[in-house]
Ligand binder design. Sequence first.
Ligand code: ATP
Ligand code: MG
Length: 436
Amino acid sequence: MSTAASDLNKPPREFDVVRTIVWIFGSLVGISILFTIVRLCIRKMKLSTTTDLQAGIHNPAIVTAPPVQVWQLVDAATMERFLHDMAREKSIRFTAQELHSFTMNYSTRLGSGGFGVVYQGQFPNGIKIAVKVLSKSSDKRVEEQFMAEVGTIGRTYHINLVRLYGFCFEHKMTALVYEYMENGSLDKFLFSTETPKIEWEKLQEIAIGTAKGIAYLHEECQQRIIHYDIKPGNVLLDMNLSPKVADFGLAKLCNRDNTHVSITGYRGTPGYSAPEFLLHNYPITHKCDVYSFGMLLFEIVRRRRNVDSNQGDSLDWFPKKVWEEYGNDGLKDLTMEIGIEEKDREKAERMFMVALWCVQDSPDSRPLMSTVVKMLEGGVEIMPPSNPFRYLYSVSARDVVGTGSNNTTTTSNDSTWYKDSTPIMGKYEIQMATSS
Ligand SMILES: Nc1ncnc2c1ncn2[C@@H]1O[C@H](COP(=O)(O)OP(=O)(O)OP(=O)(O)O)[C@@H](O)[C@H]1O
Ligand SMILES: [Mg+2]
């Protein structure tokens, strides 16, 4: 009797089966919905670089810049191709006609340099671009080689590197299309009296961000990229004054590795190029960028050029003065003399010390750029640098050729430059670049 009653209370066996099927089906639906949501999120993140472009295309209201008549040339299908290439992180190939249209017949010239002239332009939806038209002499190489190298530059992404959107390679024109940097180059802010002064804190961020960009080129790319032309003109600033290194890969692309160095200007005004370019006493390596960065650092701290154009052939240029003051315990006085506020003086001294390490005569004695970043960020104690300018005391540059390697006593041991952080170093801490 009791068995019959309990059997009655139990749900029929078919009901169990149905419930299990419903449960499995429900779980499958749930999992697939979850999976779809995750996929959509990932896709959205991947396409984030192109959303502005798409928004501009589909919603003209978003486009703030005046319309350009490029739609006759760039139809929706072409634009789709651009977007597709961008999403796949591929450099876009533009025709000369398209660039002509994007730049409104090259009407706004941003400047010119060793490789060609730079013009402002915009994509049809208002995204601003900078088009660098390479001088004729630089495009001797064959199309495949050009495209392979442009492809490498185009795939090199870092928050502190100017992005290459695409290129043009035609018989009549070779050009590179870059993201537009609203605030132009750093030299304007450092040296021009007409441009507002950048706050000291921001200047430090610019130094650290620039160092990070170069460190990425040297140490994190699949194939090391040596810039060869680090200088304030090649540090561009976006609308928030965040720095991005421009023109990396160009020296190789344009076959100008060793030729874009002003040898004549070197003797009295060494500028940014490392001494080994002139003295041939060391092989040219990525450490030539570290030297140039050091020279840039002196200029950032002082907001003036290291080389005074009235100086003539004098070797008394600012970096040497920093070294002498350092030797006489006078760095603090020097920071005062150049107008740095009391609260910032320790940081400025630190930047000078880093710069003195960067401009060491022997490339092996210069730190890696990732080490430079650490030194600037203040997490490590900086060891006393050696005299970087011994070679300048030689009778002439020519006399030093072949003997330069004997001029240095420092080694390439990474710990030479800094000691690991100690609690005391906390007070020297320089603000980390907000862009990291
Ligand atoms: N992506 C960009 N966005 C905004 N302005 C740019 C951009 N690229 C270059 N410019 C401007 O064009 C000017 C000229 O640049 P260009 O690279 O041709 O010369 P340079 O940097 O002085 O010398 P180099 O040829 O050695 O790089 C720069 O000083 C800068 O003001
Ligand atoms: Mg440049």
